[in-house]
Design a protein around this ligand. Structure first.
Ligand SMILES: [Zn+2]
Length: 350
């Protein structure tokens, strides 16, 4: 073997080792981006008790770090939480051999959470702005929701900074943010900043699911656009099944992304473009989610009343709404409420 040949072999070996090192570093970086990658994320419906014997409903199951986890809803407060499945009690303490700790449907269906889902699935279906638009009962305050549809614009920095600094030395500012997966992935630093404001107690963000893709075509009518989009002509039943399957995919991927970034999805959902239909509303109810409509879209000149769900866009796509909202934020004695208060009704629940 001559010296040239040896040098060439050594060079190839070095290149190969280099390739392996670079490749393994890329894999490590990918793993570090999502330190607790989630697998098998799936919907379910299961009443359980927590360690304090309080009723919760498991609405998702998933695997993370080789353990089974649950996403839970407190059906009285509408708050979500997550827990290792092994910590949950699956039956009540058995009073006798004849009563092996089963839950009754009655105790679940009378909760504010189930009543709100029934309310949203039983109303006449609208092409646009279906779902809850206003608090069910009389409340003294407003609900601010900020949509983050995919956008190539930077987010509304001045607006978000104002929100985060509005309540110095007191409770965090209550805001619902409708997050689309594509905005999250396209604006990682701005998303990280929002999460930081939440963890540092300046904002209390309720993450509203706004789907993963938020698919939209500028040349299609509303009836065939957003979540009603189907690339193939189908009969009514097949079309309903197709868009229901799409919705489930979209919704679960967006939730999974939030969890992988250490955030907690809520039970609230906003349809892209506020466009839905009967099949989509029914599917959403089966996923345990509550569709949020709007009764004060500021950019359209709608005036908020107490109990109103206000909509602005924080993705840089709708400046007039943000300008109006900035003026509203300067008003004194305005109460901003968490979305869970939407379930307050005249009977005083929750
Ligand atoms: Zn949107």
């Amino acid at each position: 073997m001559n010296l040239m040949k040896v040098n060439r072999i050594v060079l190839f070996q070095l290149l190969f080792i280099g390739f392996l090192l670079i490749n393994s570093r890329q894999q490590t970086q990918a793993a570090n981006t999502y330190p607790g990658s989630i697998t098998n994320y799936r919907p379910t419906f299961l009443p359980v008790l927590d360690q304090q014997e309080r009723l919760h409903l498991v609405i998702r199951l998933f695997n993370q770090n080789r353990e089974l986890h649950a996403l839970l809803v407190d059906p009285y407060s509408l708050a979500t939480s997550r827990a290792k499945f092994s910590t949950l009690k699956l039956r009540k303490s058995a009073a006798s051999k004849n009563l092996p700790g089963y839950f009754s449907w009655k105790e679940i269906e009378d909760t504010p959470y189930m009543r709100l889902i029934r309310h949203c699935t039983s109303t006449p279906n609208l092409l646009q702005n279906d779902g809850i638009k206003h608090a069910l009962g009389s409340v003294n305050g407003f609900f601010l929701t900020v949509d983050m549809c995919p956008s190539s614009n930077p987010f509304e920095k001045e607006f978000f900074h104002k929100l985060a600094n509005l309540m110095p030395n007191s409770a965090p500012f209550e805001v619902g943010i409708s997050m689309s997966g594509l905005w999250m992935l396209g604006h990682p630093q701005e998303f990280a900043w929002l999460c930081e404001q939440h963890s540092q107690g300046r904002l209390r963000i309720t993450w509203i699911n706004h789907t993963f893709r938020h698919l939209y075509f500028k040349d299609l009518p509303l009836e065939k656009n957003f979540m009603r989009f189907n690339p193939i002509m189908m009969d009514t039943l097949a079309n309903s099944l197709f868009i229901e399957a799409s919705l489930q995919d979209e919704e679960l991927i967006a939730e999974q992304l939030l969890l992988e970034h250490g955030q907690l999805p809520s039970v609230f959902f906003r349809f892209p473009g506020l466009v839905s239909d009967k099949a989509l509303i029914r599917c959403l109810g089966n996923l345990g989610l509550i569709p949020l409509g709007v009764d004060a879209w500021l950019a359209k000149g709608e005036i908020p009343q107490p109990g109103s769900i206000i909509l602005v866009h924080g993705n840089g796509n709708e400046k007039p709404g943000i300008t109006k909202m900035m003026a509203w934020l300067d008003k004194k004695d305005v109460r901003w409420l968490p979305l869970s208060y939407l379930a307050h009704d005249r009977k005083g629940f929750p």
